[in-house]
Design a protein around this ligand. Structure first.
Ligand SMILES: Cc1ncc(C[n+]2csc(CCOP(=O)(O)OP(=O)(O)O)c2C)c(N)n1
Length: 609
């Protein structure tokens, strides 16, 4: 044991020294946040984080998530100590083109990092998703999440805590680095460990406090966490900048690299540069469960008028029988989004996350990191409150399938608090995203099935009200495509989702007046069918783009972007969209009020021709 204690202490000193070396070389970074966590990380990597270094993505491996992602130098130092990266690579911290970025991000060169962190408060929910994935596969692996104390003011931390105990995730532990200081000064609770212990107990966690620089106590706490029948919080009392007397426990040193002379003194005080290498413990032998064969059932068919949200649920329920890796998460609105169809048909593929959208997206991110095909759904309006989680998932190269129901003013009487009116803009802005907005059940079914195999962040927007089928079960809906539902050469009406039905009504009325209108169903808002739009712009003198979304950033802007980047066009473009604050009313009244119904389309088409 004494040998181990010496090793852990020496390793912690090395992690601290390496954090100082890399940040001083970079001229920026967070050495003091790394020093407070050095003993905690050293004991974890040396004796508790069971990892097959030859197979970093093995589902049998334990996972470590640095929720306080700014302490990345200590993570990179630990990866060096286990031989995953070399010293030279570690020393490229924060350099242009280096995989050793300022905050951890899962780039191909770093398979040991599986989620992006650095926007604080997100690690616990991602860890929860990973722990869920492990439990679904009966894996004996565990998840360790390291949190900052100032970070723990984030509500998203506590959303995840509550969900983790509700789901009985004994394979999840969080280590809270209670170093008293945040970015600009002391935290709300400073050294009050009880503030966190009591809260964790209330949330159904096992919780204990230790001295976060006493390696024997850390080891004992990690062992205890692994034996619990519930998730565990270890509150570790630490000192920010520990071991370096000139900065320890001092304000004003957060996020600052030490100048060279101070770094030299600090390294000397910590006992100098070391080159200890450690071999992490091996994971327990474990074989992934054999996936049941696909049921081979046919995709759902639809009769009468069916809302696209209903088709979404029916398609997922079918997919659950075809794909063992499918997991569907609900934000306690499954009877609205229709994910309840999955809960009924295949409860083992369903996870209830309740009204905690940040935890919903975080958990989906963790599930997909461990190989699950995760779909998450709630009202489109409510996904906006998890936009940062979506943004971070995209930085983390996550494959997320998201569905927002109750799009636009068309939800009617419930009023504006329930209306998704900014969601297209939000999801279009995500790097590499796919944004889909089907107008009928068959388009929905095809697009949902396609989403299951799409990389990156994909978003499906669904409609509350029932709409007639426009297509048959054999119609294809390639991503990036569109459908020409009417041909014409006086005007092109570009629509998606609910406004496709208004566009068809408008086109019929225009036809009666002798105006021939082309109707494009742009079910793929991103990527958009630029070729079809270019053709429309050269064939017809006017494009009327109509959408149930705010005028900023939605379909209209997608059309303009496509035309602008494809070169000049002779056609004029008019955007019909929501420009003022809606209230309650019937869907028809609200579409008329917003100027996005058939009448408005006819007016726009004829006043300009
Ligand atoms: C959501 C979010 N808000 C603000 C920041 C900026 N920020 C980076 S580190 C930090 C302080 C973190 O303090 P703490 O969690 O106590 O970690 P420590 O560095 O003290 O270990 C802040 C405010 C951020 N990265 N994410």
């Amino acid at each position: 044991m004494d040998d181990r204690i010496d090793l852990w202490n020496e390793l912690a000193a090395q992690l601290g020294v390496d954090s100082i070396r890399s940040t001083t070389e970079a001229g920026s970074g967070h050495p003091t946040s790394s020093l407070s966590a050095a003993h905690l990380v050293a004991v974890l990597f040396a004796d508790h984080l069971r990892t097959d270094l030859d197979d970093p993505r093995s589902p049998a491996n334990d996972r470590f998530l640095l929720s306080k992602g700014h302490a990345a130098p200590v993570l990179y130092a630990a990866l060096k100590a286990v031989g995953a990266i070399d010293d030279a690579t570690m020393m490229t911290l924060r350099r242009f083109g280096s995989p050793i970025q300022g905050h951890p991000a899962p780039v191909p060169e770093l398979p040991w990092v599986e989620a992006a962190t650095g926007s604080l408060g997100q690690g616990p929910a991602i860890g929860l998703g990973m722990a869920l994935a492990m439990r679904m596969d009966d894996s004996p692996a565990r998840v360790w999440v390291m949190l900052g104390d100032s970070e723990s003011a984030e509500g998203s931390v506590w959303e995840a805590f509550e969900a983790a105990s509700y789901h009985g995730l004994a394979n999840l532990a969080c280590v809270l680095d209670l170093n008293r200081l945040g970015q600009r000064g002391p935290t709300m609770h400073e050294r009050d460990a009880d503030a966190f212990l009591l809260r964790a107990h209330d949330y159904g966690w096992q919780a204990l406090a230790i001295d976060g620089h006493d390696v024997a106590a850390i080891d004992a706490a990690y062992r205890e966490a692994a034996e619990q029948d519930r998730p565990t919080l270890i509150v570790a009392r630490t000192v920010k900048g520990h071991g370096v007397s000139e900065v320890a426990d001092q304000e004003g040193w957060h996020g600052k690299a030490m100048p060279k002379d101070l770094a030299e003194r600090a390294i000397e005080e910590l006992g100098g540069v070391r080159s200890i290498t450690i071999t992490p413990p091996k994971p327990e032998p474990w074989l992934p469960p054999t996936a049941p064969p696909p049921a081979g059932a046919s995709a759902p068919t639809f009769e009468d008028d069916v809302a696209t949200r209903k088709a979404f649920g029916a398609t997922l329920a079918w997919l659950a029988g075809e794909r063992a890796d499918l997991v569907v998460l609900d934000g306690e609105v499954g009877n609205s989004t229709h994910t309840e169809d999955v809960e009924k048909a295949a409860p083992e593929h369903f996870v209830q996350m309740y009204i905690a959208e940040q935890a919903l997206i975080g958990a989906a991110t963790g599930l997909q990191a461990l190989g699950k095909t995760a779909f998450a759904a709630t009202f489109g309006a409510f996904l906006t409150r998890a936009f940062d989680q979506v943004r971070m998932a995209s930085i983390g190269r996550a494959d997320l399938r998201l569905c927002g129901s109750h799009a636009g003013v068309s939800i009617g009487e419930d009023g504006p608090s329930q209306m998704a009116l900014e969601d297209l803009a939000m999801f279009r802005a995500i790097n590499g995203s796919t944004v889909l907005y089907p107008s009928d059940p068959y388009a929905t079914a095809r697009l949902v099935a396609a989403m299951a195999d799409l990389p990156g962040i994909s978003y499906l927007r669904t409609t509350r009200e029932a709409t007639p089928s426009l297509y048959g079960p054999d119609e294809d809906f390639p991503i990036g495509g569109s459908k020409t539902l009417r041909d014409g050469d006086d005007v092109t009406i570009v629509a998606a989702g609910i406004t496709v039905h208004e566009a068809l009504r408008g086109a019929d009325r225009l036809a009666a007046d002798g105006v021939s209108a082309r109707v494009l169903d742009c079910y793929s808002v991103k990527p958009i069918d630029a070729a079809a739009l270019r053709a429309a712009a050269s064939d017809t003198p006017l494009l009327v783009v109509v959408e149930d979304h705010r005028i900023e950033g939605g379909l209209g802007d997608a059309v303009l972007d496509a035309l602008a980047s494809s070169g000049a066009t002779a056609a004029r473009v008019r955007k019909l969209a929501v420009t003022e604050m809606p209230g309650s009313g019937s869907p028809e009244e609200l579409r008329a009020w917003a100027g996005i119904d058939a009448d408005a389309i006819v007016r726009a088409a004829t006043s300009a021709t």
